[in-house]
Ligand binder design. Structure first.
Ligand code: F3S
Length: 775
């Protein structure tokens, strides 16, 4: 692969290692007898840590045909990006490995903790002040371990990644669910938890069940009012919030050619709303233009050679998708999705009638545009065209209008080109370059928080769960394109269809919007903006830097490595039998607890507070051996202090829901050793293994009824199980001692792989990784 051109020094950490990836892919082709591959497979399989192992050597061809949706891939991602809320626990875990630096280029982005209310000048200093210790911690971690630190006000993780790091064929992990935004530039980018990010940062193979691939065929051409946002809101309506689960969405077809790179990013960003593992587009001209406009023409040159000489970065001709969905862009209509779920999709032509039928508020209260999803130059230049049309007709917005730029680069470019001035001259409030109202950091004062009255907001964001934006469960957030949000602020009326209805101007004339026009990219290139918001590129680790964590902090706490297994049987007391559904929300509640994401002890006070006691039907109530009642974390703490290891029993699909690592960290921290259930949700089971817990399932579910709280459960042949090391699961005897002294043996099953047995022995995956890397 010698034809791949070299890039200059400043781009070396940003160009995917094409020659290495192609070498890997060549091995995969050999093993699979040149089976045609989708683009998603090519990028994923080119990142396999060891292709021969993944495809089972000589039986590779048949294994390959059966791999999607079944087998686990061990992958070596190229890059990691983390946002400020989730980076805290990721870095605390990384620190316990004792490693001097990260193995792959990594960046931290301070965006989630910045409030949006009155604009950057007012909001940014306040947010910096309120979160000083968290920002200082993340900055000092970055300096110590050689991580690129994008400070508060610099922009939103996904926009910055698109502008700087995403590239065709790259594989990236990000500790944020909208990480797939980078797929708009042809990368495989996956949202993960902190412990997974640590895998990548320590060059530990990262496991992913081989996703199925759904082809989304785009035909026709996008034009007029229709925007990239309408493509994904329409898809969300068709697939629903679960329809993409276990899939990568791979776009193809001639319709792709009418999209900008940033438009593709919007579409990939919101693939998260249908539950997809990630989404991506094939390398194309729009990517070349965007890479050139953002100072990365050399990367486009390298990608061109990878594509044209070596057939990378596009799917093979006869590649098979597991499903195909077709969308005709020429027939696409602007769509409004919500309230409370992103898959409730209503065409703009039907919105007025539906809103009456559904009793949605007829007065729209606020319009918000921008965020990581929709703050591109194309979005904003189309929006400002509408603002100019309205201003020319003498119209002013009828409701408050907020604009959130995604990065300093895009903000400065919009300012240079007069777009920001047009916004502010027409009453918009431009917020700082951060998440703000999109993540509930909206100090909203036009609607009382505790009101029972519903109100509706129109946003170009990506999520609209209850209370997400302003903490008010009665705020209905309708997701739509920035163009539709903007047109609606001039009417404020749910009955208004901007595509055909008119507004009366102050002079009494009828005004109708013309379809917006904009530019894909700024004619004069992107503006750099204020230096203060830019980090040092490719910083070197500096072991002299002290990582700042105050011992008095209630938001940050250094992690003590969990103790390794002592080689003895585990002897545990049943603290709780959980009744029915127990999701990661029941195990580790979010909401007010998010503040403590970097403080394991404080956040652990939420452990299992949503769980129902099987024996009493009470929620968050358990009883000590002397019959005294406690809340669940309270008794866990007490038993931890008394050195009484505990076990929790539960029913089916324990730990379903989001992949929240605190749901495994907290039980381990509070002295839990075994979770024994009828069945697990897979990701949670893996998370427990990563934290050194022993997740077991009943071989005979009827045994659940034979055990009560206070009984003692002791493993019988744990040493044997550990010694077998690598059986990928097996059985284990557990001796039950009832409180009346009666004893009997039950059988439990485990699914530990060789690596996971090593995690257990070392005390946690992080301990094991640290040991391996240090040796
Ligand atoms: Fe931030 Fe909202 Fe995007 S929270 S990362 S702007 S989805």
């Amino acid at each position: 692969f010698s034809k791949i051109p070299k890039v200059s020094r400043d781009l070396q950490s940003r160009v995917p290692p094409y020659a290495k990836l192609l070498t890997n892919l060549e091995k995969v082709h050999k093993i699979t007898n040149n089976e045609p591959l989708t683009l998603a497979e090519k990028i994923l399989y080119s990142h396999l840590t060891n292709p021969e192992e993944s495809f089972g050597g000589s039986s590779g061809v048949s294994a390959f045909r059966d791999i999607r949706g079944k087998e686990y891939l061990k992958l070596s991602p190229d890059r990691v990006a983390m946002q400020d809320a989730s980076a805290q626990m990721a870095m605390l875990q990384f620190m316990t490995t004792g490693l001097p630096d990260t193995s792959v280029p990594t960046s931290i982005h301070c965006d989630h903790l910045v409030v949006g209310k009155n604009g950057e000048e007012y909001d940014l200093p306040k947010s910096k002040d309120a979160n000083k210790e968290v920002f200082d911690f993340l900055e000092s971690c970055s300096q110590r371990y050689g991580i690129t630190f994008w400070g508060p006000g610099s922009g939103i993780i996904h926009q910055i990644v698109l502008e700087n790091y995403s590239a065709p064929g790259l594989m990236m992990l990000g500790t944020d669910s909208h990480t797939p935004n980078a797929g708009g530039l042809g990368a495989i980018a996956i949202g993960v938890g902190g412990a997974d990010a640590v895998d990548a940062m320590t060059a530990t193979p990262w496991e992913l069940k081989a996703p199925k691939v759904m082809g989304i065929k785009l035909t026709g051409k996008l034009s007029g009012w229709s925007a990239p946002k309408d493509i994904i809101t329409t898809i969300a309506g068709k697939l629903t919030v679960r329809g993409g689960t276990g899939y990568i969405l791979e776009y193809f077809g001639e319709g792709v050619d009418s999209l900008s790179c940033t438009g593709m990013a919007t579409i990939c960003n919101m693939g998260a709303e249908v539950g997809a593992t990630t989404s991506l587009f094939p390398y194309n001209d729009a990517h070349r233009r965007y890479l050139a406009a953002t100072g990365r023409k050399q990367i486009a040159n390298a990608a061109d050679v990878a594509l044209n000489e070596y057939n990378f970065l596009r799917s093979d001709k006869y590649a098979q998708y597991d499903d195909v969905l077709e969308i005709n862009l020429s027939e696409l209509e602007p769509t409004v999705n919500g309230p409370f779920t992103p898959d409730l999709s209503t065409k703009i032509s039907e919105y007025a009638e539906t809103s009456l039928k559904e009793n949605w508020p007829q007065n729209i209260s606020v319009g918000l545009i921008g965020s990581c999803t929709n703050s591109s130059y194309q979005d904003m230049s189309r929006v400002v065209d509408l603002v100019n049309q309205a201003a020319k007709a003498g119209l002013k917005p009828k409701i408050p209008f907020f604009v959130t730029p995604g990065s300093e680069q895009i903000r400065a470019t919009l300012e240079r080109d007069g777009i920001m001035k047009t916004f502010t001259d027409n009453g918009a409030i431009v917020l700082g370059n951060a998440c703000g109202p999109c993540i509930g950091q909206w100090d909203r004062d036009d609607v009382p928080k505790d009101t029972k009255q519903t109100n509706s907001i129109f946003t170009s964001f990506n999520r609209n769960f209850r209370a997400r934006n302003d903490g008010n469960r009665n705020t209905m957030n309708f997701l739509t394109s920035p163009e539709i949000v903007t047109a609606m602020i001039y009417s404020g009326d749910a009955q208004f269809n901007p595509l055909k209805d008119s507004i009366t101007t102050p002079e009494g004339k009828k005004f109708t919007f013309k379809a917006p026009k904009g530019e894909e990219l700024p004619q004069n290139g992107f503006e750099h903006g204020r230096d203060v918001f830019y980090p040092e590129a490719d910083p070197k680790a500096n072991a002299q830097v002290e990582v700042k964590v105050s011992p008095d902090s209630d938001r940050l706490q250094l992690l003590e490595p969990f103790k390794p297994w002592n080689g003895k049987e585990l002897k545990t007391t049943v603290l709780l039998k959980v009744k029915g559904k127990c999701t990661t929300d029941h195990i580790s509640a979010a909401g007010v607890w998010l503040k403590y994401k970097g403080h394991l002890e404080n956040i652990s006070y939420n452990t299992l507070i949503g769980a129902q006691n099987y024996e009493t039907d009470e929620v968050n109530k358990v009883y000590d051996l002397d019959g005294k009642g406690y809340d669940i974390p309270g008794l866990m703490m007490k038993w931890k202090d008394e050195h009484r290891p505990w076990i929790v029993l539960a029913e089916h699909n324990y730990g379903e829901g989001s992949a929240r690592e605190h749901a495994a960290l907290s039980p381990r921290y509070l002295g839990g050793e075994i979770i024994l259930v009828k069945s697990f949700a897979r990701i949670h089971e893996t998370n427990l293994k990563k934290q050194g817990m022993l997740p077991l399932t009943f071989a005979d579910e009827a045994d659940f009824d034979k055990i009560a709280s206070g009984d003692v459960l002791e493993t019988v042949n744990l040493a044997d199980m550990v010694a077998k090391n690598g059986d990928n699961g097996g059985e284990l005897d557990v001796k039950v001692t009832k409180r009346n002294g009666e004893t009997f043996i039950i059988k439990a099953k485990h699914t530990m792989s060789k690596d996971q047995i090593n995690f257990f022995k070392a005390g946690s995956a992080i301990n094991y990784i640290g040991e391996q890397r240090r040796n």
